[in-house]
Ligand binder design. Sequence first.
Ligand code: PMP
Length: 407
Amino acid sequence: PTVFDIQRIRADFPLLSRTVHGKPLVYFDNANTSQKPLPVIEAMNEHYREHNANVSRAVHQLGEEATAAYEGARDKLARFINAPSRNELVLTSGTTQATNLVAYSYALPRLQPGDAILTTVMEHHANIVPWQLVAQRSGATVKAAPIDQRGELILEQYVAMLTPEVKLACVSQVSNVLGTVNPVREIARECRKRGIALLVDGSQAVPHRPVDVQALGCDFYALTGHKMLGPTGTGALWARREHLDAMPPFFGGGEMIREVRFDGTSFAEAPHKFEAGTPNIAGFVGLSAAIDYYQSVGFEAIHAWEQQLLAYATERLREIPGLRIIGEAAEKEPVISFLIDGTQATDLATLLDLQGVAVRSGHHCAHPLMQFFGVPSTLRASLAFYNTREEVDAFIVALLKVRKLLM
Ligand code: PMP
């Protein structure tokens, strides 16, 4: 079994040892964005110091180095999620660009008045709003599959809503608010039976578990790099080759063409057809290093440690009078949303910050989920494998203190 050397891991994340308002930082806002280990920071630094050039356009040495690094990131990401081919991986600025690409290039050309896109009540706005925008343009509708009070998707209802009008089904693998792990394989199986393409929002899954898009059986998989130790402005869309070949380009410009003529431009093959303009080259260099970092630690060890932290934090939170946890699914990643009677989430978060504790308060870009639970916002503590039990203890001490101030 892998020995989890938490102190060695923490030493790789320089930011974790800083103070905030004179207190040691407790960073529990990992679902928002993760911190970055030194190998990621150094890889980007080295790229700009030694290899910087644009990709694909130059025959000179630096151009070749930059292209090799950027295309190397595509290879690494493809292997990371077990994509059957590197050419099925479109590099994007994040999940939001990935879902919008599917909305405009896949969904919009297929949607007729009366058609529908199926999503769920627990989705992030990035997996709701793009569908609403293309539905409005085409006369289609967006339907949302329900969840229960524990914050679990009601699978039978999702399946029952996979009617013939549905041209695209969507679901997150892990909820950014509740931590719920959704039954994506089962959903994918039902979608395939009905010939409906399935998009999985993997933003909150890739930081915590090994992902295998072929085993999941979906058609599209969207991810964002900055939640998985990588830089902001990186992400990807994996899509089955048949879909990418059938999809028209979304952005036009350089790098995505075969030949441009005023009497008819022809486009490059996927994935380049979807990557107009100069990409975030240094960002993908950093993301490559992030993937190496995950692999050096290993998801088995990460999962075991995070599940221990989740159980411990949940148990400690339950000791606090008047505290209500929102989302108690049987299978969760280390994300805990909660409220404390008689207090506002934003007040708690503001006072926690003065104690050095970074958590998020608000609607977490999930208005429909807040409406379902009948709350305007929640406080969310989201953990990563570089967090510790001692930090959970410090968080609980701070929470008890600020609760007292507000009561
Ligand atoms: N989906 C989920 C589940 C998320 O948690 C997030 C980020 N909060 C997104 C989509 C959007 O990711 P990005 O802002 O990096 O595009």
